[in-house]
Design a protein around this ligand. Structure first.
Ligand SMILES: [Zn+2]
Length: 353
């Protein structure tokens, strides 16, 4: 077991969110569309926002909707726009004490805006390492990217958080891929990793995220997928089959809206969805009717039309986003000359945002 450092009582005082319920830990998997954002509020009121989704406007609305009055920590699992954009208003509004990050700068305007906001707010950068954050009485163990992950790959350098309160455990590991989860499996005893009560699906249910070896250690009871309309086919049938194979109930923010977990002292928890209920496996959505009581025939999830093939359009080819920005063309929208899937990491039809 690796040595754990303790941020002793660092987050113990002075920060009280009015949304805290006495004695209750609240974890909200926010409906931010295609992306991740998890709001964790300790029983004593300290708040931690793990990722912020892809929209500043949406995150601002959600922070208001859930009555957030302060944040002690914002954490970027990694530097992709569908995770960090919403952290910008969170930092600007609440000037959190810490910005937990993987130390790898993303070459995007969004990342630059976030780091500028962090600086202006006087927020302290906290590089992910083996460490425990005491968020009030909630134990937050950081799973830093294991050694040996290529620094050019944001996904493989995702930061994980293990949340513990009584016997309750939640785990979220950004957009990590098999190489990172395999290294974590070597670094942590299985008893550390699982069983997990509430688990965030890796990478919005992508094919290259969750895998059987990892899930056999994690052993999740409830899986929440942060997903919205996208052109990647997230969540994939492969990921959904994996969750089913380990008998997990599945919640999806695209179908269930924001999913809220409340944990009592001791660790008993309940999970509620803004709409609908999770299933194992999750039934396909029924767009107009209320949830049927009898099994309904499965319909494919509604997705926007597929993006064109990955070849750049319009005869213009940009090798990377730096070139797009140098040309003053960012963000490039699908269909515009030079747009390509390669430049649109999160597949939302806006490249180099
Ligand atoms: Zn992502």
């Amino acid at each position: 077991m690796r040595r754990l450092l303790i941020l002793a009582a660092l987050l113990g005082g002075g920060v009280v969110a009015q949304t805290a319920l006495p004695g209750v830990l609240t974890i909200r998997f926010l409906n931010v569309g295609q992306g991740d954002a998890v709001l964790i509020t300790a029983p004593e009121g300290q708040g931690l926002l793990y990722d912020g989704g892809r929209s500043e406007k949406r995150m601002t609305e959600l922070l208001g909707k859930y009555g957030v009055k302060s944040l002690a920590v914002v954490a970027a699992s990694h530097g992709d726009a569908d995770h960090i954009t919403g952290l910008i208003p969170a930092v600007q509004m609440f000037k959190p004490k810490f910005f937990l990050n993987n130390g790898i700068a993303a070459t995007t305007q969004t990342f630059g805006k976030l780091t500028a906001a962090v600086k202006t707010a006087g927020t302290q950068g906290l590089l992910a390492k083996d460490q425990v954050i005491n968020l009030g009485s909630v134990k937050v163990t950081i799973l830093p990217p294991p050694p040996g992950m290529p620094k050019t790959d944001q996904n493989l350098n995702s930061i994980g958080l293990l949340i513990e309160y009584g016997t309750f455990k939640a785990l979220m590991t950004g957009d990590s891929e098999s190489a990172e989860t395999a290294a974590w499996l070597k670094a942590y005893p299985a008893s550390t990793l699982g069983p997990i009560n509430v688990y965030k699906s890796i990478h919005h249910g992508a094919k290259n995220g969750d895998n059987l070896a990892w899930l056999n250690a994690v052993r999740p009871t409830d899986v929440v997928i942060g997903v919205g309309p996208n052109n990647y086919g997230h969540p994939t049938s492969e990921a959904l089959a994996l969750y089913k194979s380990v008998n997990a109930a599945i919640y999806r923010t695209d179908l269930n809206g924001t999913v809220t977990v409340t944990v009592q002292p001791g660790g008993k928890y309940s999970l509620s969805a803004e709409k609908g209920t999770g299933t194992a496996p999750q039934a396909a959505p029924v767009p107009t009717a209320p949830a049927p009581t009898a099994p309904a025939p499965a319909a494919p999830p509604r997705l926007p039309p597929a993006l064109p093939p990955s070849s750049p359009s319009g005869g213009v080819v940009y090798p990377n986003c730096a070139a797009v920005r140098a040309a003053g063309r960012a963000p490039l929208l699908v269909g515009q000359p030079g747009y390509s899937r390669k430049l649109d990491r999160d597949g939302d039809g806006r490249a180099c945002e």
